[in-house]
Ligand binder design. Structure first.
Ligand SMILES: Cc1ncc(COP(=O)(O)O)c(C=O)c1O
Length: 433
């Protein structure tokens, strides 16, 4: 090429959760049985959305309107329904025009960072969910800027770290909060959220809140939406149906633009998101049409409560499996459907291994582990020895070692096997050298 056509941020587009899949597929080709614990797709793990929700979707297929284009910002009736939901909660009020639909939150994330001015940085959590951290890094052309989630305080954000980074780095234009969080499952209490909103207010910056798991909260953690605690701070609150119905293949998520009138620059930026959407012709019509019918149905609260109880029970099983395991630290999640297991400092080294029966698989793993982070080395050996695919914590833009697994396996026996095998593999790996 006579000109370099590669974007400055191209190298930042890493997604460990998916990249590990390429390796797992190679092992599968060598005859291994693979257990996918690397991705948050409840349907892939055997969950079938309730019949009544599928019935609503089936009904919509017979409605010719669901086959057409819709407004790029979203189906008007659905935007009205969602605006009313926000307004019923109390706190910030919105109009239907403040609700913008995207092709899943993955698309919303790409647009939200992609249309920010290059020098404007968003301070995000570490460990970081890669879709946000990679998009922010790619947009800026620099490493993602992060604040710490504290493993010794239930993975809560380190508020002093946020305060200092915002104070001393004036390129920071916004703070990202993911609650309930991926990968840690932490759910932040109202007082802490209000404290972070106050930092944003004092420094005249905005908030991005990813609330995709906000209706998967258990064990006494609070159900909170940004509209309830952000006060007058300009905020983009992200929601979707991927994890709730669950329907990740619908590619349907939305952003609630809160308090845009309170700041002219933020208002212009929000308008640019809408303008970018208009270039897209349409958004996903049928899934959006289902939202008032599903979320407005009297059976929906029981559906959500049932799933919350289900995940709460699975957290107990997972935590029990690691009972007494001194080489790791576990904070039981209060929401979402992941479990992050952190290795204690010094628990891992470059000599540890797990026995791998298949010689071709062993050879492949031994090639792969050369020069990788210690937790990734464990992840590869685990994959080679047991077929379980998890994601190393260092893959979440984080220097702490550990891994993320899920609570999604629907087969009770298989789930018990996964937790037990993870525990036994940690013990065997740590003891091996
Ligand atoms: C925190 C978080 N935000 C956004 C997404 C993407 O959601 P969607 O399916 O709407 O693109 C995920 C998916 O795992 C997620 O964990």
């Amino acid at each position: 090429m006579r000109r370099n056509i590669v974007h400055v941020g191209a190298a930042s587009l890493i997604y460990e959760i998916r990249e590990i899949v390429a390796v797992a597929k190679q092992l599968r080709a060598l005859g291994m049985d693979i257990t996918w614990e690397n991705i948050g797709d409840p349907v892939e793990k055997g969950e079938v959305p309730p019949d009544w929700i599928r019935g609503i979707v089936r009904g919509l297929v017979d409605n010719p309107k669901s086959w057409g284009y819709c407004d790029t910002a979203g189906v008007p009736e659905t935007r009205t329904f969602l605006a009313e939901q926000v307004n019923r909660r109390g706190g910030v009020t919105v109009t239907p025009e403040d609700i913008l639909f995207f092709n899943g939150l993955g698309d919303a994330v790409a647009k939200v960072y992609g249309f920010l001015r290059r020098e404007a940085r968003i301070l995000g959590p570490s460990p970081a969910y890669s879709t946000h951290s990679s998009a922010e890094a790619a947009h800026s052309g620099y490493n993602h800027v992060t604040y710490n989630l504290d493993p010794h305080n239930n993975w809560m954000p380190d508020v002093d770290d946020i305060r200092n980074k915002v104070k001393y780095n004036d390129s920071i234009a916004g703070i990202l909060l993911i609650t309930p969080d991926n990968p840690t499952g932490a759910v932040y209490p109202r007082a802490l959220l209000e404290e972070i909103a106050e930092i944003a207010r004092q420094n005249r910056i905005f908030l991005i809140t990813d609330e995709i798991y906000s209706h998967i909260v258990y064990n006494g953690s609070p159900h909170l939406h940004a509209s309830e605690w952000a006060g007058d701070v300009p905020t983009l609150a992200m929601r979707g149906i991927s994890k709730e119905y669950p329907w990740p293949g619908s590619r349907c998520g939305w952003v609630e633009v809160l308090n845009h009138k309170n700041n002219e620059i933020f208002d212009d930026y929000a308008k640019s998101l809408l303008a970018a959407k208009r270039l897209e012709v349409s958004s996903t019509t049928l899934p959006q049409m289902s939202i008032p019918l599903v979320m407005g149905d009297t059976r929906y609260p029981a559906h959500l409560a049932g799933r919350e109880a289900m995940f709460a029970k699975r957290v107990k099983e997972a935590v029990a499996a690691f009972d007494g395991c001194d080489s790791v630290l576990i904070n039981p999640p209060g929401g979402a459907f992941y479990l992050t297991v952190m290795f204690q400092p010094g628990a891992l080294n470059e000599k540890q291994t797990l026995p791998i029966e298949n010689p071709q698989v062993r050879e492949r793993i031994e090639q792969l582990v050369k020069g990788v982070a210690p937790d990734k080395r464990f992840v590869y050996y685990l994959m080679g020895a047991t077929g379980i695919v998890i994601v190393p914590l260092t893959g979440f833009h984080c220097s702490l070692e550990g891994f993320r697994t899920t609570l999604l396996e629907t087969n009770d026996e298989k789930r018990a096997w996964i937790f037990k095998t993870l525990r036994e593999s940690i013990d065997a790996y740590v003891a091996s050298a």
